[in-house]
Write a protein that binds this ligand. Structure first.
Ligand SMILES: [Zn+2]
Length: 189
């Protein structure tokens, strides 16, 4: 399994946690979420951040540090992760998302003049937005997944294709079969 795919679930969970703890501040949400590009290389302090300057998890023991599959700074998977996480639109969406959650809460408070937090309304909106974000992440993780392989009669790896009929070319063409999609474990209900 691709090393980034192994981190995908953690990163999705980290996004949920960042939303929960960002105090409705879009910039803080972005800092919390994007810190994952450092955390994944075993770096847990971010002096350049304004709001989120270090990871909030307890310090890892030597065993814990050893058991994690850290990425290597400058390696292809880490470069790819940086590209995914920092993608302008994704970060912009995050900032917008924090504001939206906040506005929705305020709107509900003012419009309904309710005396307690309308959990169902709040959570429904939160989950809807979360679902969108996680779908974006899943999409990026899967967009260039590798071609599926199996073994031939002699035990040598072979790349898998399927045959499809191309209407445009009026002939049969080989299509690449890709690895199974990785989806987030976080469930939206
Ligand atoms: Zn960390």
């Amino acid at each position: 399994m691709n090393i980034l795919a192994k981190w995908a679930r953690n990163i999705s969970n980290h996004l949920c946690w960042s939303i929960d703890t960002c105090n409705g501040n879009g910039k803080e949400l972005a800092e919390r979420f994007t810190s994952v590009i450092h955390h994944t290389v075993n770096k847990h302090r971010f002096p350049n951040n304004k709001f989120y300057k270090k990871c909030e998890h307890p310090k890892y023991t030597r065993e814990e540090t050893k058991s994690k599959e850290w990425l290597v700074i400058g390696s292809a998977p880490h470069e790819k992760l940086i590209k995914i996480i920092l993608q302008a639109s994704l970060v912009k969406d995050l900032e917008h998302m924090a504001e939206q959650i906040n506005t929705t809460l305020l709107e509900v408070f003012h419009a309904e003049k309710i005396r307690y937090l309308p959990k169902s309304v709040y959570y429904r909106m939160e989950k809807m937005i979360l679902g969108t974000q996680i779908a974006i992440l899943d999409h990026h993780y899967n967009i260039d997944r590798e071609q599926k392989q199996s073994l031939d009669d002699e035990g040598m790896p072979k790349l898998l294709y399927s045959i499809a009929y191309s209407k445009a070319n009026k002939r049969r063409v080989a299509k690449i079969i890709k690895e199974k999609k990785v989806t987030s474990i976080y469930t939206i209900s």
